[in-house]
Every structure is written in structure tokens, then in C-alpha cells.
Design a protein around this ligand. Structure first.
Ligand code: 3BY
Ligand code: FES
Length: 434
């Protein structure tokens, strides 16, 4: 049988053998027939084969946000990160960098590390005690009677890492996309002043949403639904999608207040040498990005009911709490909000075609003391509520995608970032299928 056309490759360029050629041709057609400006057809959210293609063409090839350096402060600290069929060990090494190893023992495939996070020297598989160095080299395999066994051939498989402004990215492709370096140059100067290396985790939340990972991302990329976030609306100006000259009467006041807050924020940024301009290249780059620094309502300091600081310690060398939010969206799996007093990172890890892990991490200055400098409940309240509301929205859409009555609906102007995400996704998969 000849090899089918339009077949995606795995990370080593091999054909996907488990997907019958006919089914792949149908899926390729679905991508080709996508109606631009409309949500995707139902199988993109429900079909296990499309999920497996997503895992190869997106999560198997692109740079994925895994953790922040605050989760791995010392050499030997690690987190395990799972998405789709993959499990990775992300481990801080002695040089201050990060090693990424596939968490699959080279003996008979057992998971090597079974905790979500911890500290380790050598890595010992719990099954037959094969032992690997932090670089993944197999250094010990007690196998009585073996004389010809070459340990050099059985190191843990490695993947690539980049640490930029304290954010850790991983890529399991043999040849990671090179334009990530360009994207890093864009965001590094925005984030570096918050100095993630001198932060600590105040809280981490893992939620499983009953929805496809793309619905989770789509939901994040618009604020059309933000009336559904009453707590967030206290500090976030509800001006998304509005255009000068076309402001509805009931929003004129908030529009003006936001404009004033934004211009004084920009004035402060210029004084402190902090970049604030919007850079938006969500589907025009392989490592798609949107970054900006935007004002917050009330006191303009943080995501609190009155916009006031939620931690008393400023991050890094910042000199002012009134810095609004530096917000970044990165394709395919993350978004971030950097304030003067704390940072929130959001990582999306697909589980299967209908379940997604959303990991939210709140970071404060490493010398901030809980109960004295910050109240954990207050610090996390707005985004815990927002996450629960978003989870409910995503789950409603997943239910809808499962109905025969579902058909793609039109994106509104204010949903242009959702469309950019979908464009990015479709282009990236199609280039793998070509
Ligand atoms: O988290 C975000 O980036 C945006 C802002 C608020 C909700 N979400 C659409
Ligand atoms: Fe890991 Fe046997 S499977 S040592």
C-alpha cells in the first residue's frame, strides 16, 4: 500500500501509522473547508483523531509554556508536565538552566517520576531501579548476568528548553521552531522588570475543565463574555471591542475613565523606562504573541475589588505599584498577567479531546510573608472566581459541540483574537499535513 498523502508527522518525522489514510484525508478536508470568520466544526472539539493530530502538529512541534522558574528555584527541583500522551520532567540543573526529559523509562517504559513536583538528585525508576543522571544519562542498571549491555544507548529522551524572563518553555520537536527567539526578544523587556527569579509561589490551582483545549483557549481570547465575570470587572475596564467614536452612551463614562488611566499609566511607564505599547502578532508569527501594558480600574494597582495592591511587596526593582497589568497571550497554550505586586501565569495542558487541565499560579515577591504582606484568600479571589466562571462557559460549549444541532457560528469583531487563535491553529496543522 502506498503512503497516504496529507499525513501529519510525529516529532521525528514518521508517518502517523495509527490513523487510517481515509480518515486522515477526511480530516484534511475538514481543515480545508473551514469557514473563515466562523467557529470550527464539531469534530475539532470532539474527535479523538483530531485530538491526536493536535498533539503531534501543535503540542509535538511548538514551544509550550511549562512553568515559571519560581517553581524550580534550586538545582534538582523539578515539575512533571503532562499533555496528551506526553509526560515531561522539567528539571533545574546546576548551571541555572533547565533540562527537559521524557518521563518514560528506557527499560520497559514505566513513568520514572510520579510526583507532580519535587526535588531529586539522580532519577530512579521505581520498577527495576534503572538510574539516570539529571541530564538523562543512564548511569546504573543492575542487571545480573548482562555482559554486553551498553548503557550509553538507553538515556532518557531529551527535549529542548528556553528560559525567558523566568518563564520556562519546552519543545519536544527534534527541530524546534526558530522564530521563538524573535518572540522572546519582544516580550523579555516587558516582563524582566518583574524579576520572576525573586518570586515565590503563593498558590497554584489545577482545574480540569470538561472541554477541548481549543475551547479553553478561545474563551480566554475574548472579553465579549466578561459580563459573566463580576469580580474581574471591578478592576478590568470593560472596554474590549469598543472603538473611539462608537461608544454606547452607558459606557462613555468608563471609556473616558479608562483613557485617562491609560495615559497616566503610560506617562509613569515612560518615567520608569517600562515598555507598554501593544505588540500583536497572534497569527502572523509561528510563536504568536500579544503583549501590552494596560490600566486597571480603581487604584490601578492589582486585580482587587478596589484596584488596590494585594501584596505589600513590590516585585523586582519596580518602584511603583500603579503599573496596571502587563498582559501577554502566547500561542498555543498560555496567558499571563504581570502586576507590580504579583504575577499570575496560566498554562493549558490538554488531557484528551474533551478534558483540559488549566494550571494557574500566583507569584509574589519571595520576601512577602503570607498573613502579613498578603492575604491568600484575597490575593487569589478574583481569578479563582473568574476561572470557575470560564470553566462553566467552556463546558457549555463542549456540550453544544456534541449536539447534532451544532453548527459553526460567526465571530464578532470583539472576538478577533479568537479568530487569530483559530487561524494560527489551522495554519500550523495544515503546514504539517502538506
Ligand atoms: O485573561 C485574559 O487575558 C483576558 C482578560 C480577561 C479575560 N480574558 C479575556
Ligand atoms: Fe524502569 Fe524497568 S521500567 S527500570
Amino acid at each position: 500500500m502506498s503512503a497516504p498523502v496529507n499525513v501529519p508527522l510525529d516529532t521525528r518525522g514518521r508517518l502517523v501509522s495509527s490513523v487510517p489514510a481515509e480518515q486522515l484525508a477526511e480530516i484534511s478536508e475538514l481543515f480545508g473547508f473551514r469557514r473563515v470568520g466562523f467557529s470550527l466544526d464539531a469534530p475539532f472539539y470532539t474527535d479523538p483523531t483530531i485530538f491526536s493530530i493536535d498533539m503531534q502538529a501543535i503540542f509535538g512541534r511548538h514551544w509550550i509554556f511549562a512553568a515559571s522558574i519560581a517553581e524550580l528555584p534550586e538545582p534538582g527541583d523539578y515539575v512533571t508536565v503532562d499533555y496528551g500522551p506526553y509526560s515531561l520532567i522539567v528539571l533545574r540543573n546546576d548551571d541555572g538552566g533547565v533540562n527537559v526529559l521524557h518521563n518514560v523509562c528506557r527499560h520497559r517504559g514505566a513513568r520514572v517520576l510520579t510526583e507532580p513536583a519535587g526535588t531529586t538528585g539522580n532519577l530512579v525508576c521505581g520498577y527495576h531501579s534503572w538510574t539516570y543522571s539529571p541530564e538523562g544519562d543512564l548511569i546504573h542498571a543492575s542487571a545480573p548476568g548482562e555482559t554486553t549491555f551498553d548503557k550509553g544507548c538507553f538515556g532518557l529522551k531529551r527535549a529542548s528548553s528556553r528560559v525567558v524572563a523566568g518563564l520556562v518553555f519546552v519543545c519536544i520537536a527534534d527541530e524546534p521552531p526558530t522564530d521563538f527567539d524573535e518572540t522572546s526578544k519582544i516580550f523579555e523587556p516587558y516582563l524582566a522588570p518583574h524579576d520572576l527569579a525573586t518570586t515565590k509561589i503563593a498558590y497554584q490551582q489545577n482545574i480540569i475543565e470538561e472541554g477541548n483545549w481549543k475551547l479553553v483557549m478561545e474563551n480566554n481570547r475574548e472579553c465579549y463574555h466578561c459580563d459573566g465575570h463580576p469580580e474581574l470587572a471591578c478592576s478590568l475596564f470593560p472596554t474590549w471591542g469598543l472603538t473611539e467614536g462608537l461608544i454606547p452612551a452607558h459606557l462613555e463614562e468608563v471609556w473616558d475613565r479608562n483613557k485617562e488611566a491609560q495615559s497616566s499609566l503610560e506617562e509613569r511607564c515612560r518615567r520608569y523606562g517600562l515598555p507598554y505599547e501593544v505588540v500583536e502578532e497572534l497569527d502572523t508569527r509561528v510563536a504568536g504573541i500579544r503583549i501590552s501594558r494596560e490600566s486597571l480600574d480603581g487604584d490601578g494597582e492589582s486585580f482587587s475589588p478596589d484596584g488596590r495592591r494585594l501584596s505589600k511587596k513590590l516585585l523586582g526593582d519596580l518602584r511603583d505599584f500603579r503599573l496596571g497589568r502587563c498582559s501577554m497571550h502566547l500561542q498555543p497554550n498560555s496567558w499571563f498577567h504581570f502586576q507590580g505586586d504579583h504575577v499570575i501565569t496560566f498554562a493549558v495542558f490538554p488531557v484528551n479531546e474533551h478534558q483540559t487541565l488549566v494550571r494557574t499560579t500566583w507569584l509574589v515577591a519571595d520576601d512577602a510573608v503570607e498573613g502579613i504582606d498578603y492575604d491568600l484568600e484575597k490575593l487569589t479571589y478574583t481569578w479563582k472566581q473568574t476561572n470557575l466562571q470560564d470553566k462553566a462557559f467552556v463546558e457549555l460549549c463542549q456540550k453544544g459541540a456534541g449536539s447534532p444541532a451544532y453548527e459553526p457560528g460567526p465571530y464578532m469583531k470583539s472576538e478577533y483574537q479568537v479568530e487569530a487563535f483559530i487561524n494560527w491553529y489551522v495554519q500550523r496543522v495544515q503546514e504539517q499535513m502538506a
